[in-house]
Design a protein around this ligand. Sequence first.
Ligand code: CP
Ligand code: NVA
Length: 301
Amino acid sequence: MNHLLSIEALAADEIQALLTLAAELKRQRGGPGAQPLAGQTWALIFTKSSTRTRVSFEVGIRELGGHPMFLSKNDIQLGRGEPIKDTARVLGRMVHGAIIRTFAQQDVSDFAAYSNIPTVNALTDDEHPCQILADLLTIREVLGGWDGRKIAFIGDGFSNMTRSWMWAAKHLGFELAVAAPAACLPPAEFLAALAAPNVSVSSDPTQAAMGAHVINTDVWLSMGQEDQTDKEREFAGFQINAPLLSHAAPNHLVLHCLPAYRGKEITEEVLELHANTIFQQAENRLHAQKAVLTKLAESSI
Ligand code: CP
Ligand code: NVA
């Protein structure tokens, strides 16, 4: 693995290997762990806000022996219009890897191509691969895996989270039911490219929740869409609340990548009832990303 740009581009065996390593790194945390990033500096280039991703990468890089360098777009010339390919060619000569959170997926691909250093997508408008690895690790820990399980995603059907979940279902073969308002469904061209008969898409949240072992949601308005308050009105009926969860399988999990907006995509009551799993999911960002960094360091030797 030279980069982590998307779940789309990962193979099933790469996902499994990352999760196995993440579990091992989690078990060993606090001990004298391997230092695959010793002597290395990794840049974090963020043009969107972040709590979990920034902190988990900064801590993870340090725990693996490296030095993180956080660069918000306002700190560097990227924010004043310097092209991503020039930023990539400069950083590629100075740092050993890059973690990028931005809008266009193409910018992350371009950075990888022009920098020649391992590059990680820390969220774009298209995908959030690091989050999905943490979510899968959580499902593996709590349910033992996803074989024979039904996973539902209720909310924005074409957000970065939903797209990454759809690619994960395609690669790993579990049943994924996406329920989204009609205006927020994945377009037909995307579904044709996905070509995953195990992924169903509808505007019926009850049907998606029916018998589901995992119910997943995300904010209704992703970063960059904050002023689209009209869109938010479409989501009435798509809230994760007790009546909706009454249709799910017994002992179901509720997952939320966070940040959560209580009273919108999830109720306070449901979030607090499932807080153990949701914050385990947040913690797993650290372990999953340490696995990603370790694999990238191995392949760039
Ligand atoms: N889930 C997630 O990526 O959180 P942050 O936006 O806080 O990084
Ligand atoms: N879909 C959300 C995910 C936040 C972690 C966003 O892009 O804002």
